[in-house]
Design a protein around this ligand. Structure first.
Ligand code: C2E
Ligand code: SIN
Ligand code: SIN
Ligand code: SIN
Ligand code: FE
Ligand code: FE
Length: 587
């Protein structure tokens, strides 16, 4: 299924026509009718093909998202075509809807036996057809995500073995080195294993920067990720200016650097080479790049020496850049410039980091794919909502962990799990019909019951793997609408499946949930972050509220809806929360 989704993904502008449907029917009139039915759904593109042989070739070459196949056709019939599609590795996972002119139960059984995913009688109702196509597309994407995740875990195991071998090799080659440099290189090698476990790319970048600065002794630094069309500063650290608000401003002002040779970071990215500059204020006039002195000017900092190194994936392409600024002695006094040992250490560091970089990027792209799937439904909001909720949740968790004396390594691990889980909290909304999701007014009880189903897809989406990430994501999906007083949902209620394996959503609202600390901490945190963000946003059914009103609701509902300690923390950190919202606000 991978290729099917990737194909549509690459060839269509985002958010439109992402669901590519091929209809195989020998009667032109059917193709025309179905085309008309689907014509005003912007997410679906339909391609009718009359001849089954020609269709098979086209299906193999384009890997559509969903197929609709007529049962009775001259030459090869719908069942035979289905069998061929299922027998081919490239096409075996594409969902198939069989169209039949009669609802004979034997035919239906036979169709499912041959591998059909669904069976519809001609001509189906327009809304039903759209709903079935969407449901199959969502299911295919979810299954594909699971497959990818399994592949990735496999690769990760291989990568860890590799890291261990590197470590041994390094230990041998180190015997002759002078002791200080040897200790540094050993520390870097030791980190490899630990870093390979970090799944979230932003958290990984922050950690890489912190460790590289610690090991090399650098007063300041920045970490950058190379996107398709620009370079993004992910973290800035500065021992002389440890103020997070200030550094966040820097992060915003330097947010997007073009990929060209005019900046130090751009040069490192394009040349895939390390650069060591003794003083950025005396860069030769012949150099293609200049130093951006904006931060220095605003805050009176003096950037002097810069050591910038490319971070590459396992296949060698530059994924990121680490920039280290102003070297220090272990006692904190400044050193003149970065030396050969520093260059070697940062090279070793970058090579150790590559496994974890690659890995975290794969995780991120899988999660973005799942979020984009949900975003198809609500293109203006969902993506930013997911990111904001995740970042608010991290702020609350960090403060909670501080207060509860959680050890630093555990915090790091938990932050990583929480970020991913929080981003996915509403992923279940992909299964909710548009008529409910985008309803301009208040939902009826029956509609709200269906809506509640978005918290009940945890075992559908996450039960196949036992990594800590799935566990955290499942907890948050299931727990983010629970209430502290037990009046939330969905408690322990699970979704049924009908005889075709389709999920059956609730029809009567659930009123009993879990309460207090029966609700997992991450879910309690996301509950507050989610409501804060939902109230501050315009939805199809409501206007955005002013902050005062939101904060007084949070306070009023501390101890009833929300965990009171977490509300206190949230309000305590409101300035940071607001800065995050500002960062993610759509311009
Ligand atoms: P959402 O829009 O992301 O809202 C998340 C949560 O924020 C809601 O969970 C609720 O706890 C809170 N919230 C949002 N708007 C309001 C509001 O105007 N007043 C108050 N007091 N709280 C608010 P909830 O209620 O479980 O809803 C879950 C999801 O169901 C919502 O996510 C939204 O997608 C949908 N939904 C809920 N009510 C309606 C509605 O009346 N019309 C429509 N079209 N959708 C609704
Ligand atoms: C679904 O929600 O069932 C499919 C995803 C979409 O197109 O909205
Ligand atoms: C469906 O309703 O079948 C799509 C949701 C899923 O199976 O994950
Ligand atoms: C697609 O890309 O074709 C499906 C939507 C997504 O998950 O990105
Ligand atoms: Fe939700
Ligand atoms: Fe939400």
């Amino acid at each position: 299924m991978t290729a099917a989704v990737t194909h549509t993904d690459e060839n269509k502008p985002s958010g439109h026509g992402l669901i590519h449907v091929i209809l195989v029917d020998d009667q032109p009139i059917v193709g025309e009718a179905v085309r008309r039915m689907l014509s005003d759904d912007p997410d679906i593109t339909i391609e009718p093909i009359l001849d089954p042989i020609e269709a098979f070739e086209r299906i193999r070459s384009t890997l559509p998202t969903v197929l609709i196949i007529d049962l009775v056709m001259p030459g090869i019939d719908g069942l035979e075509l289905t069998r061929r599609i299922r027998a081919d590795e490239a096409t075996e996972d594409i969902p198939i809807i069989i169209l039949s002119s009669e609802s004979d139960v034997h035919r239906k059984v036979e169709a499912f036996e041959r591998g059909a995913s669904d069976f519809l009688v001609k001509m189906p109702d327009r809304l039903e057809l759209i709903a079935r196509i969407r449901a199959l597309a969502a299911k295919a994407v979810a299954e594909q995500a699971l497959k990818k995740m399994a592949d990735r875990l496999q690769r990760q195991a291989v990568a860890l073995d590799e890291a261990n071998r590197n470590l041994q090799a390094l230990n041998i080659s180190l015997e002759s080195d002078v002791s200080e440099q040897r200790d540094r290189l050993r520390a870097i090698a030791m980190l490899g294993n630990e870093l390979a476990r970090i799944q979230d790319i932003d958290i990984l970048m922050e950690r890489l920067l912190t460790e590289a600065r610690r090991i090399l002794g650098a007063d300041a630094g920045g970490s950058f990720l190379v996107d398709t069309d620009e370079i993004r500063l992910t973290h800035a650290q500065n021992d002389s200016y440890p103020d997070p608000v200030l550094l966040d401003q820097l992060r915003q002002s330097a947010a997007n650097i073009p990929i060209d040779l005019t900046s130090i970071v751009g040069w490192v990215t394009l040349e895939n080479e390390l650069i060591n500059i003794e003083d950025v204020y005396s860069i030769s006039k012949d150099a293609p790049f200049t130093f951006n002195s904006k931060f220095d000017e605003s805050y009176g900092y003096r950037t002097r020496s810069v050591l910038a190194a490319p971070l590459t994936g396992i296949t060698g392409q530059v994924i990121g850049v680490l920039q280290l600024i102003n070297p220090k002695h272990p006692d904190g006094t400044s050193r003149a410039s970065f030396n050969d040992d520093d260059e070697n250490a940062v090279r070793q560091f970058a090579s150790m980091a590559s496994i974890s970089m690659q890995n975290a990027q794969l995780t991120r792209s899988m999660i973005l794919r799942m979020i984009r799937m949900a975003e198809l439904r609500d293109p203006s909001e969902t993506g930013a909502h997911a990111n904001r909720v995740a970042e608010y949740a991290l702020v609350v968790y960090s403060e909670w962990a501080e207060r509860h004396g959680i050890p630093l390594e555990e915090r790091e691990r938990e932050r990583d799990r929480l970020r991913i889980a929080a981003m996915l909290h509403d992923v279940g909304k992909v299964a909710i019909p548009d008529t409910i999701l985008k309803k301009p007014g208040k939902l009826t009880d029956g509609e709200f019951a269906v809506m509640q189903g978005h918290t009940m897809v945890d075992d559908t989406l996450f039960d196949e793997l036992l990594s800590g990430y799935d566990e955290a994501a499942a907890e948050v999906v299931r727990g983010h609408h629970e209430r502290w007083d037990g009046k939330g949902y969905p408690g322990s209620q699970v979704l049924d499946r009908d005889s075709h394996g389709y999920l059956v959503f609730p029809t009567i609202p659930i009123k009993a949930g879990r309460s207090g600390d029966q609700i997992p901490l991450f879910a309690r945190i996301v509950a507050i972050a989610d409501v804060f963000d939902a109230l501050g946003s315009t939805r199809s059914y409501k206007e955005a509220w002013p902050d005062e009103r939101i904060l007084s609701l949070l306070q009023e509902e501390a101890g009833s809806h929300f965990d009171p300690e977490l509300v206190e923390i949230f309000i305590d950190r409101i300035e940071t929360i607001q800065a995050i919202r500002h960062k993610w606000s759509t311009p």
